[in-house]
Design a protein around this ligand. Structure first.
Ligand SMILES: Cc1cc2nc3c(=O)[nH]c(=O)nc-3n(C[C@H](O)[C@H](O)[C@H](O)COP(=O)(O)OP(=O)(O)OC[C@H]3O[C@@H](n4cnc5c(N)ncnc54)[C@H](O)[C@@H]3O)c2cc1C
Length: 479
C-alpha cells in the first residue's frame, strides 16, 4: 500500500529522478532537466525501443515514418523552425538532413481536380475568407503564450467545456473553423468538431500557418494593405517558409536516438514500471519503483510521462490523480496503411500529401469513420504509399482493408501489396463535459509527494507542442 503524503520535499540538483516513458515527453523532459543541472535521471521504457509513437522503417532505400513524420517549419509567431528545436537539430548535426515536407494538396473527388484550398472556400466571399483567416492567425498567435490546452481556456480564448463546433459558432468564424477541422482531421486528430475547443486550437497552432499562407497567396490577398492586420503577422506572412514543414531524411526515430546519444540520457529499455509506492520518513519523501523484471529502485522524484491509460495500469487507486485520469477517453482509432500502388494517377503530384475533399471533415458533416482522407506517395523511385484513415475499433482487419482499397480506387489508385497497417488509439482527450477545471485540478497535484505528471494530454499533440509545453513547465516544477 502506498502511504500518500500531501507535501513534497525540496528537489535538489543531486536528486535521483525517475521518468516513466521514453516517448517525446519523457526524453525531452530528461533533456531539459539535464540542461538545468539535474544529473541523476533514469528513464524507464516498457518497450524495446525509445520514441513512443515514433516508428521509422527502411524500405526501397528510403526511410519512411509510420506515425510522426513532420516537423512544422513555421509557427504562428516564427517564420522558421521553432527556435529551441532548431538548436537541437544543429547540436545533433541533423539540420542538413531535413527535407521540405511535401506540400499538402486538396483533391476534389467529384471534379477530380486539385485545389490550393478546400472547395468550401468558393462558397464564401473572398473578403470574408481573407478576414477570417487573418483573425484566426491572430488567435493562434495569442495561444502560443499559454501552455497546454488548459492555457487556452485560462486565457479566455475557449470556454470550459466548450466543443470546437460551439467555439466556431460563438466566434462566428465558419471559414476558419472548417479549415481547422479539415487540417486536423487529415492529421488524424478528428473528428475535431466534437473535441474540446482548447485542445483543437492548441493542436492546430503549429500546423495551420502554412495552410493559411498558401490560401492567401492563391487568392492574391495583399495582407500588407489591410490596416487591421497585426504588424508582426504581416512580417511573418512575408518571411514565412512556404513549404511549412520538414521531414527528417533519416526518419524521426533517428532524431530521438541522436537526442539520447548527445544528451547522454540513461534509458532502461524493456523495463516498464509495474508499481510504485511513496515512502515518507524524517529525511523526506522517497519513491520506490518496481519494474517488469522485478528490480526495485528508489528515487527522490518521479515524472510520469506516459498516457493516462498506461499510467492507470501502475497507479494505485488511492493516488489522487486516478479519478482525473479515469475521465480521459482514448482518441479515435487512426489507421495508417502502407502499400504498394499498382497505379498512381497523373493528376496527383508525387511528394504531396493529398487530402481528400469532401470525404473529410466539415462542421455540418462529421468525418465518416473508415474512409481514407489523406494519401501520399513520397518518392518517384518508390511506389510505396501511405494512406491515413479512421477505423472503427471493432472493425475486422480485412473489412477495413477492403474499405481502404475502395477509397483509394475513387482516387484512381490501385492498391497492391499491403505492407503494414498499424492502428493508433490517439490522441487522449479530456472529455468536453463534466470535467470543468480538469487541468487546474491536475496542476494542484503537481509535485505532491514529489510526483509530476506530463505527456501530450496536457501539452496537446505533436513534438513541438510537447517541447513548447515542457520548456514552460519544467522550470516551474524543478527550479
Ligand atoms: C499516427 C500518428 C501521427 C503523428 N504525426 C505526428 C507528426 O507528423 N508530427 C509530430 O510532431 N507529432 C506527430 N504525432 C504526435 C506524436 O506522436 C505525439 O505528440 C507524441 O508521441 C507524444 O509523446 P508522449 O511522450 O507524450 O507519448 P508517447 O509517444 O505515447 O510515449 C509514451 C511512452 O511511455 C511508454 N510507457 C507506457 N507505459 C509505460 C510503463 N508502465 N513503463 C515504462 N514506459 C511506459 C510507452 O511505451 C511510450 O514509449 C503523431 C501521432 C500519431 C499516433
Amino acid at each position: 500500500m502506498s502511504s500518500i503524503s500531501k507535501t513534497s520535499s525540496a528537489i535538489n540538483k543531486n536528486a535521483q529522478i525517475a521518468v516513466i516513458g521514453a516517448g517525446p515527453s519523457g526524453l525531452l523532459t530528461a533533456t531539459i532537466l539535464r540542461q538545468r543541472g539535474y544529473e541523476n535521471i533514469i528513464l524507464f521504457e516498457k518497450k524495446s525501443s525509445i520514441g513512443g509513437y515514433t516508428k521509422s522503417v527502411e524500405m526501397d532505400g528510403h526511410v519512411f515514418d509510420y506515425s510522426i513524420k513532420l516537423i512544422p517549419a513555421c509557427t504562428a509567431y516564427e517564420p522558421s523552425i521553432y527556435t529551441p528545436l532548431q538548436a537541437m537539430l544543429d547540436k545533433y548535426g541533423l539540420s542538413k538532413q531535413l527535407l521540405p515536407f511535401p506540400n499538402t494538396t486538396f483533391f476534389n473527388t467529384q471534379t477530380r481536380k486539385l485545389l490550393p484550398g478546400p472547395m468550401f472556400l468558393k462558397d464564401y466571399p473572398s473578403k470574408q475568407v481573407i478576414e477570417e483567416l487573418l483573425v484566426g492567425w491572430n488567435i493562434l498567435q495569442k495561444i502560443r503564450n499559454y501552455a497546454g490546452t488548459n492555457g487556452v481556456v485560462e486565457a479566455g480564448i475557449a470556454l470550459p467545456g466548450e466543443t470546437f463546433a460551439q467555439w466556431v459558432k460563438r466566434n462566428q468564424l465558419p471559414v476558419f473553423g472548417v479549415l481547422c477541422e479539415l487540417v486536423l482531421d487529415s492529421y488524424l486528430f478528428g473528428p475535431a468538431s466534437k473535441q474540446p475547443a482548447g485542445f483543437v486550437l492548441k493542436c492546430i497552432t503549429f500546423y495551420m500557418i502554412g495552410f493559411i499562407k498558401r490560401i492567401l497567396l492563391a487568392m492574391g490577398a495583399d495582407v500588407t494593405a489591410i490596416p487591421s492586420v497585426d504588424a508582426n503577422i504581416k512580417t511573418i506572412i512575408q518571411d514565412i517558409n512556404p513549404t511549412a514543414s520538414y521531414v527528417h531524411k533519416e526518419g524521426y526515430l533517428d532524431f530521438f536516438q541522436k537526442l539520447v546519444e548527445y544528451e547522454g540520457l540513461d534509458v532502461r529499455l524493456t523495463q516498464g514500471v509495474q508499481t510504485f509506492r511513496t515512502l515518507k520518513d524524517l529525511d523526506g519523501t522517497q519513491i520506490e519503483l518496481v519494474t517488469d523484471n522485478g528490480d526495485i529502485h528508489k528515487f527522490d522524484a518521479l515524472v510520469i510521462a506516459c498516457s493516462p491509460q498506461d499510467a492507470l495500469k501502475f497507479l494505485e487507486t488511492e493516488q489522487p490523480i486516478v479519478p482525473l485520469y479515469q475521465q480521459i477517453r482514448a482518441g479515435s482509432i487512426s489507421q495508417v496503411w502502407s502499400f504498394r500502388a499498382l497505379s498512381w494517377p497523373e493528376v496527383l503530384p508525387i511528394g504531396h500529401l493529398v487530402l481528400v475533399y469532401p470525404v473529410c471533415a466539415a462542421l455540418a458533416t462529421p468525418t465518416t469513420v473508415q474512409q481514407c482522407h489523406a494519401v501520399m506517395r513520397e518518392y518517384e523511385d518508390s511506389n510505396i504509399c501511405f494512406a491515413f484513415c479512421y477505423a472503427k475499433s471493432d472493425s475486422l482487419p480485412l473489412e477495413a482493408e477492403q474499405t481502404m482499397r475502395e477509397s483509394m480506387q475513387t482516387l484512381g489508385i490501385t492498391v497492391g501489396e499491403v505492407l503494414e497497417a498499424p492502428r493508433f488509439q490517439w490522441p487522449s482527450v479530456v472529455p468536453e463535459d463534466g470535467v470543468e477545471n480538469w487541468y487546474s485540478q491536475v496542476e494542484t497535484l503537481q509535485g505532491q509527494n514529489n510526483i509530476f505528471y506530463i505527456g501530450e494530454v496536457f501539452s496537446s499533440s505533436g513534438v513541438i507542442s510537447v517541447l513548447d509545453y515542457l520548456l514552460q513547465k519544467i522550470p516551474s516544477y524543478f527550479p
